[in-house]
Ligand binder design. Structure first.
Ligand code: MG
Length: 381
């Protein structure tokens, strides 16, 4: 039996993870869960799965849940990290949203855990720090949950970087793929939340609409697979059946296909290198509609171009870009910002980001994150 700690248990990835664990209750036990503030949902999970340890990021919610369950409930970042370090935990699923996921990932690596990572912001902001931590803790390893990175992980199947010509990350293109750029000024929150393929949390749905999500995924791929940015491409594929591809140096182009169902990459991340049965929809090739592929429009989707730039500049620029984006998406969702202000302000924050050369420390990353939040808040006031 493997004890699974599920950080971000009530979100979209968390819910799918619970389903995968349930389908394999002979090998996985939901040992601990953490969420932000959904007291009722967490209470239900704890009772149903006899979960042994619980954390609520929100302190008030933690107190409330403690009363509801009559068991100790951890709170805050400290609580998340305590679960990530739990001696009885075998796998940490990090499905937290945003920069909050960074420290729990690092803590899990420091404690030699298998991290099944859905929280791409961890890799984006602190990639070089994660590299150091993994080198210092050889027992620990990361398996990606993000569907594109799961596809690349499966196509690579452990082959060395030197055999790779390039990675090709697919993008659905989001709801505005066919909108003319002139209409972008009028984009509403409802328009942006209307994703054509995936049903996800609000932050990642907005990131998909701006294609910042794909930009973050380019950086995530760089740091997960050690492939230079010049060898990472993005291709728009509206059907979202091909989840990403690897072009090898011998001319072979490997792709991973599957129904757009996050339970598949979650299970791969939990059971790799084994493949266990999973009840999901199968792709039936003869009934598939046409599969199409396009070059992304970097002009319309400035965030994608900015992410490549942040990756190439390196240092603390990715952390600052990520933090600025989080603040801006939040403001957009609250109706305090235009959609087109997101790339505009990200660019301003990035242009003022100092160049940091040499070894990147965790403190530098966390400082850059906090500083970019302050600067962005000031900018939009
Ligand atoms: Mg993805």
């Amino acid at each position: 039996m493997k004890n699974v700690v599920l950080l971000g248990a009530t979100g979209s990835i968390g819910t799918s993870s619970v389903d995968v664990i349930l389908q394999h209750s002979d090998i996985f036990k939901l040992y601990a869960v953490a969420a932000n503030s959904s007291v009722d949902k967490v209470a239900e999970l704890v009772r149903k799965f006899k979960v042994e340890r619980v954390c609520m990021f929100n302190e008030a919610a933690a107190k409330e849940l403690e009363k509801v369950l009559g068991m100790p409930v951890l709170a805050g970042m400290e609580g998340l990290c305590e679960l990530a370090a739990d001696p009885k935990a075998d796998i940490i699923i990090n499905a937290l949203m945003g920069a909050v996921g960074c420290l729990p990932t690092i803590t899990a690596i420091e404690h030699g855990k298998h991290v099944a990572l859905a929280n791409k912001e961890t890799m984006v902001m602190a990639g070089p720090v994660i590299w150091d931590k993994l080198a210092e803790n050889p027992k620990s390893f990361i398996t990606p949950i993000d569907s594109e990175h799961s596809a690349i992980f499966q196509c690579l199947s452990g082959r060395p970087e030197k055999e790779v010509e390039f990675l090709e990350i697919t993008a659905s293109g989001g709801p505005f793929r066919e909108w003319p750029i002139e209409k972008f000024e009028q984009i509403t929150v409802a328009d942006a939340l209307n994703h054509p393929v995936w049903s996800m949390g609000k932050k990642i749905t907005i990131d998909s609409a701006s294609m910042m999500n794909k930009g973050l995924e380019v950086l995530e791929a760089h740091f997960l697979f050690h492939i230079p940015y010049e060898q990472i491409k993005v291709v728009v594929h509206p059907q979202s059946m091909v989840h990403s591809l690897v072009q090898f140096r011998d001319g072979s182009l490997m792709a991973q296909l599957g129904a757009p169902d996050m339970r598949i990459p979650i299970q791969v991340a939990l059971t790799w290198p084994d493949r266990l049965p999973l009840e999901t929809k199968r792709l039936d090739l003869p009934t598939l509609a046409k599969l199409t592929f396009f070059e992304p429009d970097f002009n319309k989707f400035r965030c994608l171009a900015l992410a490549f730039e942040a990756g190439r500049r390196g240092g603390i620029v990715p952390a600052m870009m990520n933090a600025a984006n989080e603040v801006l998406v939040d403001a957009f969702l609250k109706g305090n910002l235009k959609f087109t202000d997101i790339p505009k302000h990200v660019e301003t924050i990035m242009s003022n980001a100092p160049t940091v050369t040499g070894h990147l420390s965790l403190d530098q990353v966390l400082e850059a994150d906090a500083e970019a939040r302050r600067l962005t808040e000031a900018l939009i006031k």
